[in-house]
Design a protein. Structure first.
Length: 214
């Protein structure tokens, strides 16, 4: 991609679900590729290993996985950020909504589509805690909960574009839980949509990035 653009506050409020979006998903590949990043990060040259580093993360089963090689490469994915200690009432509703999406995906989840929830509180959300959280809900295989070091999780969040341009707002975890990112790494298709969109709509958008019936 060439050049850089400044993402408007209005655009990001829409991404975060704070403006009506008329149930329409928002393509984010271009804006993510052009967004201003910390100086320690290299400019994006596309959604491949040069953009998504192979950070080592831990699953809820304490299994070490690499961000790009294991989680993203060659896959269609749903990415969501959360924290297990959320008491604002929003994340339980989002979890239920994503559970309904997983049910609609059926056997495709974990085979054709992979769901990932990255913690926003890695110091508190250990693999043991994530396993307990996941086990307390009827979550089927194909939906993985992830933790790791705080700097690595912050880098993940920045690379996925789940950020608020206002530094004060960016420090509020609840700002980052009401959005899901859907992506197809090999074809470089990425879009974002409110996490509480209807499960049927989310399924349509998963199929859209996966190239199903296109």
């Amino acid at each position: 991609m060439e050049g850089r653009v400044k993402t408007s506050r209005r655009h990001w409020l829409a991404l975060l679900g704070l403006l009506p979006v008329a149930a329409a998903s928002i393509p984010v590949f271009e804006s993510m590729g052009r967004r201003r990043r910390p100086g320690s990060q290299r400019p994006a040259q596309g959604f491949h290993r040069d953009y998504f580093p192979d950070l080592v993360l831990k699953t809820q089963d304490d299994e070490a996985v690499r961000l790009y090689s294991d989680l993203l490469k060659g896959k269609t994915v749903l990415v969501h950020f959360f924290h297990a200690d959320s008491h604002d009432g929003l994340f339980p509703a989002i979890t239920e909504n994503l559970l309904q999406l997983q049910r609609l995906l059926g056997e495709r989840c974990g085979r054709d589509v992979f769901m990932y929830s990255f913690t926003l509180a890695p110091r508190a959300d250990t693999p043991e805690r994530l396993k307990k959280y996941r086990a307390s809900r009827p979550i089927a295989p194909g939906w993985t909960f992830l933790t790791g070091s705080a700097p690595d999780l912050e880098l993940c969040r920045a690379r996925f574009g789940i950020v608020d341009p206002d530094p004060a707002g960016d420090r509020v975890p609840a700002q980052h839980t009401n959005l899901v990112l859907l992506g197809n790494e090999p074809h470089e298709r990425w879009l974002a949509t409110p996490a509480l969109s209807s499960p049927e709509f989310l399924l349509e958008q998963v199929d859209r990035v996966a190239g199903v019936n296109t």
